[in-house]
Design a protein around this ligand. Structure first.
Ligand SMILES: Cc1ncc(COP(=O)(O)O)c(C=O)c1O
Length: 426
């Protein structure tokens, strides 16, 4: 698949980002990705035009206002198509942290006494603290902990947490900042759903590498930050329609029946929402430039796979070199390497592989409940996450499959904790 994928035209990509041509930024390398990506030119142009020509109360019956409202609607509609969710399932908010905060306020009233929430220690604080705080109001908080050696979230451990049927919500990341592992969201959501729980997925780390087919993931809420996906400083939340209606309204009472307004208590940032249409412009232009589909979900899937293939091409030699070095330990998943047996803490045996103790339900490919009015397309992302083996290379050294020394395991656990603290502080 990798060899067949077109190579990313990096000079063309750079041309789409005005920052690369800004004289004040010359001679610098930009590694500041926790602070977000630079916006692409489409976003900058739209934002500029909005502030210049359309900065009025939108949706009123005069030309400028009509254009302002139409551009906001355009952003929602085109991104919804790319994410394969219905338009009314997409909310904009000031940030992902603000969106999870509001969602947690709704969940606070939705939970009943004795019900539980699962959180992980692989998450950013944005998808952790707001849920843990509900523990102060009577919710039981259960922590789905990473394997201390590999940083992996083992679905077998989740199965234990779900076993008594009291969990109503499972919150976890699509891709972990801590170990860089891409979790099998579809499988985890299927497990949660089978146990009667809703799912909230933090996609902030994943989405910049290609917008996912959220409908196919089967989650109830998927959140990411536009300012990390070449856009303005907004948070984007896809909330499944039936859950959005079940949860109490968090917006103005007179907006309660409008799904896109139920979870955005503040007035929307008109200009930034409109400028989000520029993210769709960029993704479509990227796909078309490389010979892919010109519009919509097919363009988004093509751009996703294109970027993924490029990342793998770039990272494979580095990871191969690093993993061949004694004394260096690579944590987290690495889809750019071949299959590698998953090792459970304390369970590995020399020269042997072990299957994970509990495979999640096999129905994880089943589509979740997002209203699927958007066209569906080839879904490289879904098939990869389903088929790819665990591919973790926990404590890799030249000796191959030898289990890690106990002291190394403690050191690894310490490293993971330190990384988490660093990440959460960002
Ligand atoms: C994985 C992850 N989730 C959530 C957030 C919070 O996003 P926001 O800044 O939009 O609140 C971040 C921010 O860096 C993040 O890295």
């Amino acid at each position: 698949m990798l060899d067949a994928a077109p190579v990313l035209d990096t000079p063309w990509v750079r041309d789409q980002f005005p920052a690369f041509a800004a004289p004040s930024l010359q001679g610098q390398a930009f590694f500041e990705n926790a602070g977000g990506s630079y916006p692409c030119r489409f976003v900058v142009d739209r934002l500029h035009r909005f502030y210049l020509e359309r900065k009025v109360q939108p949706y009123a019956p005069y030309e400028v206002s009509r254009l302002a409202g139409e551009e906001m609607d355009e952003a929602r509609a085109r991104l919804a198509v790319m994410l394969c969710v219905a338009e009314e399932e997409l909310s904009f908010g000031p940030s992902t942290s603000a969106n999870t905060y509001v969602l947690a306020q709704a969940v606070r009233r939705w939970l009943k006494p004795g019900e539980a929430i699962v959180v992980t220690d692989q998450d950013h604080e944005a998808n952790s603290g707001v849920w843990r705080r509900l523990g102060e109001e009577g919710a039981e908080i259960r922590e789905w902990r990473i394997d201390p050696v590999t940083g992996h979230l083992d679905p077998g451990r989740l199965a234990d947490l779900l076993a008594d049927g009291r969990v109503r919500l499972v919150c976890f990341p699509h891709c972990s900042n801590v170990v860089g592992e891409i979790n099998d969201v579809a499988a985890i959501c299927a497990m949660a759903r089978a146990a009667g729980a809703r799912t909230v997925v933090d996609g902030v780390s994943y989405a910049p590498h290609g917008l996912p087919d959220v409908g196919a993931l089967g989650c109830d809420a998927y959140l990411f930050s536009a300012y990390k996906t070449y856009g303005p400083h907004q948070g984007i939340m896809a909330l499944r329609e039936d859950w959005a209606r079940e949860l109490p309204n968090q917006g103005h009472f007179f907006n309660g029946s409008i799904l896109t307004k139920r979870f955005t208590p503040a007035g929307p940032d008109h200009a930034q929402i409109a400028a989000c249409a520029g993210i769709a412009d960029y993704i479509e232009a990227l796909s078309a430039h490389h010979g892919g589909p010109a519009t919509g979900a097919p363009a988004a899937r093509f751009a996703h796979d294109l970027m993924r293939a490029q990342e793998i091409r770039l990272l494979r030699p580095l990871l191969e070199a690093l993993s061949g070095r004694n004394g260096l330990r690579l944590l987290g998943a690495c889809p750019c390497r071949g299959p590698r047996p998953h090792r459970r803490h304390g369970a590995a045996r020399s020269g042997r592989t072990r299957r994970r103790s509990a495979r999640p339900a096999r129905n994880h490919g089943r589509r979740g409940g997002f209203l699927r009015r958007a066209p569906l397309a080839r879904d490289g992302h879904r098939s990869r996450s389903r088929r790819a083996p665990r591919q973790l290379h926990p404590l890799h050294d030249r000796r191959g499959d030898r289990p890690p020394h106990r002291r190394s395991r403690h050191r690894a656990a310490k490293l993971i904790r330190a990384a988490q603290e660093g990440v959460c502080a960002s």
